[in-house]
Design a protein around this ligand. Structure first.
Ligand code: C2O
Ligand code: CU
Ligand code: CU
Length: 511
């Protein structure tokens, strides 16, 4: 039996670490099957009728087999859990029809897509049960791994949890021309990482404990593309993983169990300038990265989550414990069975990927401050803090007071009205003791600095979601391009879905 400390030591020594499968599972259904074939979401290219690429999506209820012998009630898009991978190209016109066969309002948002406000699928565009909504837009962005998910007002957390999410791949001439693995499902693989709570009967449970909602809902079981204990058999020596942190609230610190390095080739919104060699990569909820893994050889290895030194500063009582627990957990995510190719076979990567125009700070005409706040100030904590001192010192839990700039999400309040074509700097300041992944709809930003420090190697490219550390500050710059719409706003918010649902969201307009 290795202790966590030993495991960490081993990892630091760069040798094999094998986290126990399902290591989070105090509550999980007993007997999770080992080594299930990784499910690959069906690829949907839509139907091209002359001028447009047409997709048709249906939100529906279903039953999913996560365990061999249990049917678990879930939601999905054109299926029982999660949705198909949509694939489209820069420049083309796209029409996506979304039908809601569920019994509550919903809507799909195209996260990472530069689309007009009325096609964005934010909380202003809800689809009633039995209703249909169509998003039409022209793709105007470089190749990237984006995604789509429910964005229903106050319901994003539970709806995404049940399964309303999927991946969206954009291709362009650059991605076509590069020598990168691009055979979907063979050497180009979506990896949607999520955590869920399963009870002893195998039901997926969305918890309602106050603390889960305070810090966000974290599960005891890891799923990849809806597969429990997944195993992928690589057929080629290079495998491209399109990693998406699709969890409601959990951060992942990814590494390979054999200590090998891997190469990051894309950030949230597109290819980087050149491959970046890494041993670890942090993804907060909503963030994506594409990596190339060397899958030559014969020895199976794993994509794992490694424990991190506490990223969250002490809060109080129970919350500190829960936050620290997340930081400390080690677990497996995906087993990779390599191709069997000899290590002397060639493994090559393009030296250059995409050209990136770096936006100079001087291009910005406005700087805005976004203060991320929670758990204080409303005075209605009701004594629900974690300890006897909590209420006096920290103002209690505040009944869900997740705010930005002192305000909870209000459909009638517009934080910023921006003239199309303007470049702005947003300085996001985290006034809380935990990480918040800050997401801006529509725009693709570049990170200028983190409290005076340059961005991490893994975030040098276009982004739409950024890890803002506890009491940290991140400066981003973006051009807010048109078309303008004087009626419909875009959202910016924390991508911990419970924080979004509870008010850590605001609106801006491009006019
Ligand atoms: Cu992926 Cu407004 O979110
Ligand atoms: Cu978005
Ligand atoms: Cu948050």
């Amino acid at each position: 039996m290795t202790t966590r400390r030993d495991a960490l030591k081993t990892l630091l020594a760069g040798s094999m670490i094998v986290a126990a499968p399902n290591a989070l599972g105090a509550l999980a259904y007993i007997d999770p099957p080992l080594g299930q074939k990784l499910k690959i979401p069906p690829l949907l290219d839509g139907e091209v009728n002359g001028v447009e690429r047409n997709f048709s999506l249906t939100l529906q209820q279903g039953l999913t087999r996560f365990y061999h012998d249990v049917d678990t009630a879930t939601w999905g898009i054109n299926g029982s859990y999660l949705g198909p991978t949509l694939r489209m190209r820069d420049g083309e016109r796209v029409r996506i029809q979304v039908s809601n066969n569920l019994n509550e309002n919903s809507v799909l948002h195209w996260h990472g897509m530069n689309v007009p406000a009325k096609a964005d699928g934010g909380p202003h565009q809800h689809i009633m049960p039995g209703g249909t909504w169509t998003a039409a837009f022209q793709v105007r962005q470089p190749a990237a791994s984006c995604w789509y998910h429910s964005h229903a007002m106050h319901l994003s957390g539970p709806q995404v949890y049940k399964g309303l999410a999927g991946m969206l791949i954009v291709n362009d001439d650059t991605s076509d021309q590069l020598d990168l693995p691009s055979e979907y499902g063979v050497d180009d693989i979506p990896v949607i990482i999520q955590d869920r709570i399963f009870d002893r009967e195998g039901n997926m449970v969305y918890p309602h404990r106050m603390e889960d909602h305070m810090i966000g809902v974290r599960g005891n079981t890891i799923l990849v593309n809806g597969t429990l204990n997944p195993l992928f058999h690589a057929r080629s020596g290079r495998t491209r993983l399109r990693l998406l942190n699709g969890a409601n609230a959990r951060n992942f610190t990814l590494a390979l169990s054999n200590g090998q390095t891997f190469w990051q080739i894309a950030t949230d919104c597109g290819l980087m300038e050149e491959p970046v060699e890494l041993t670890q990569l942090v993804l907060t909820p909503g963030e994506r990265a594409e990596i190339i893994v060397d899958t030559r050889g014969t020895e199976p290895f794993k994509l794992i989550n490694v424990p991190v030194p506490a990223s969250n500063v002490p809060y109080y009582g129970l919350f500190t414990e829960l936050l620290m627990e997340m930081d400390r957990q080690a677990f497996d995510i995906l087993t990779l069975e390599p191709s069997g190719l000899s290590l002397s076979d060639q493994f090559s990567l393009p030296r250059q990927l995409a050209h990136i125009d770096w936006i100079p700070e001087s291009a910005a005409t406005t700087t805005r401050l976004m203060l991320l706040q929670m758990g204080e100030g409303q005075g209605n904590g009701g004594g629900q803090g974690g300890g006897p001192r909590s209420r006096r010192e920290f103002g209690g839990w505040g009944g869900g007071s997740h705010k930005i700039n002192g305000r909870k999400m209000d459909m009638n309040f517009i934080e910023a009205t921006i003239i199309a074509g303007t470049t702005e700097i947003w300085e996001i300041s985290n006034e809380t003791p935990m990480i918040h992944p800050f997401h801006i709809h529509k725009v693709h930003f570049q990170i200028l600095e983190r409290k005076g420090m340059p961005p991490l190697a893994s975030e040098r490219g276009f982004k739409d979601t950024v890890n803002v550390p506890p009491h940290g500050r991140v400066k981003v710059i973006a051009k807010f391009t048109g078309p303008g719409d004087p009626m419909i706003p875009y959202m910016f918010h924390c991508h911990i879905l419970e924080h979004e649902d509870h008010g850590m969201m605001g609106q801006f307009m491009i006019v």
